[in-house]
Ligand binder design. Structure first.
Ligand code: ZN
Ligand code: ZN
Length: 448
């Protein structure tokens, strides 16, 4: 935090820069013309502000190789017996050989992908090779050469990351980072089992049983929950921001008139406020599939998925397609440049919350009017995050809608929506009996 920029250390100075003569009503304060002009003039100072470091060439992108070299291409063998029958055992979060029951784990990626470097010295853009730009000409069909018998096996990475060789029965997995967005830098394996997910969904729906649609309750089969790996970018950043605005301090309040003409007036001083903040962020998670965000029925889901964040990204491991056996996955379709505006939005809101403790002295609040963000450095890792999804297609009044209950595959955090029966809502309101509730709900029913 750097307060030096305009020297208002939490409390307003005794000599306001732009004193405003007390007015009859505080409501007019914000319209005073000289204030507006002053505020608009402020941002022009930025170019000359010595506190802001020069912005680096945004094209200066470097790449860190995250290819799991040990796996090579194709056959992923059990380190003990050599079998290719390998899958994730969620009880332990480790890979297990289905033949000899040996369990092991890929190396965690924390501190492994990028050179050791304090975040506040981060410069330019560094991306993991799994987060590199998607080659638009690449198809989803990947041909693997079987290391067992030499024949060729085709895998469609849109739906699966492994396939069995018809000839020698070995399982082949996509381990090379083909540039189609299907292979991330890292994966956070499921540690919540199917049974635990079913239990979490049952509990979530149970709490909403009172108002849930009868058809939903009748058809409720949480056992149909599906484990999905969703694509995210995990971003570290080094940034600074300047925000400008107006802060108000109440000087006095007084009452005039009597009876019905009684009116309370507030006099306030208005100050130009500027704050500068240097900050770093560690492991911001941003979704990297636009296809999902753009589809109407999924807008709902995105909010639901955001509600089950965060994930313990520090425990993510190196890519190994065997972690996906038995699960589905959704491909990343967004490149770093497309996601950057979302990152900048998040950085700005972090900056605003970073400066808010320093302006608490403005007891009538601060209204931020301008802001400038300088991103000095970022580094990007693409990662698959585990989510259990239960979906239910509900049709009402000829309109269909997909409802979801999502469970964080690590923490068990659960969020979702269930179709509601308006009749049952209304009945509940009438029996529990407050008149206002009944009126509100009657109104709701009438307007739908
Ligand atoms: Zn084995
Ligand atoms: Zn084969």
């Amino acid at each position: 935090m750097n307060d030096a920029a305009e020297g208002l250390p939490g409390v307003p100075p005794t000599q306001p820069q732009q004193p405003v003569p007390p007015q009859a009503s505080g409501q007019h304060l914000q319209q005073s013309a000289p204030q507006q002009q002053a505020a608009q003039a402020q941002p022009q100072q930025t170019s000359a502000d010595p506190a802001l470091p020069l912005q680096l060439d945004p094209d200066a992108t470097t790449q860190a190789n995250t290819q799991n070299e040990r796996l090579g291409d194709g056959v992923n063998r059990c380190p003990r017996c050599g079998s290719t029958e390998i899958q994730l055992r969620p009880q332990t979060g480790m890979l297990i050989c289905m033949f000899c029951r040996y369990e092991w784990s890929e190396q965690t990626v924390e501190g492994q992908i990028f050179e050791e470097q304090p975040l506040d010295q981060l410069q330019g853009t560094v991306v993991g090779s799994g987060a590199a730009d998607i080659d638009e000409t690449m198809t989803d069909v990947v041909t693997l050469k079987c290391g067992g018998c030499g024949s060729e096996v085709v895998v469609n990475v849109a739906s699966a990351m492994s396939a069995r060789c018809h000839w020698c029965r070995n399982i082949l997995t996509v381990n090379n980072q083909v540039p189609n967005g299907a292979v991330p830098d890292a994966v956070l394996p499921f540690t919540l089992t199917h049974e635990q997910a079913v239990e979490a969904i049952r509990e979530f729906a149970g709490k909403r049983r009172m108002f849930a649609h009868r058809k939903f309750l009748r058809e409720f089969t949480p056992e149909n929950v599906v484990g999905v790996y969703l694509p995210y970018m995990v971003v570290d950043g080094n940034a600074s921001a300047t925000v400008w605005g107006q802060g108000e301090v109440l000087v006095r309040s007084y009452t005039r008139g009597s009876g019905d003409d009684r009116e309370t007036f507030y006099d306030a001083d208005v100050y130009q406020v500027r704050r500068f903040v240097d900050f770093t962020v560690d492991d911001l998670t941003i979704e990297s599939s636009a296809e999902r965000a753009n589809m109407d029925v999924f807008v709902n889901t995105n909010n639901i998925i955001n509600a089950i964040l965060p994930f313990d990204t520090k425990n993510a491991v190196k890519w190994n397609a065997s972690y996906l056996t038995g699960f589905t996955s959704e491909k990343r379709d967004q490149n770093v440049e497309a996601i950057r505006p979302v990152l900048e939005d998040q950085l700005l809101s972090i900056a605003r919350s970073e400066v808010s403790p320093t302006v608490s002295g403005y007891n009538r609040g601060v209204r931020w009017e301008h802001e400038q963000l300088n991103v000095h450095g970022t580094r990007w890792v693409s990662m698959y995050m585990p989510v259990w999804l239960y979906s239910y297609y509900h049709v009402e009044g000829g309109r269909g809608m997909v409802h979801y209950i999502a469970v964080n595959g690590r923490t068990g955090e659960t969020m979702g929506s269930v179709p509601v029966s308006r009749g049952r809502l209304l009945a509940a309101a009438l029996t529990t009996g407050t008149v206002i509730e009944a009126i509100v709900i009657a109104f709701l029913v009438a307007t739908i």
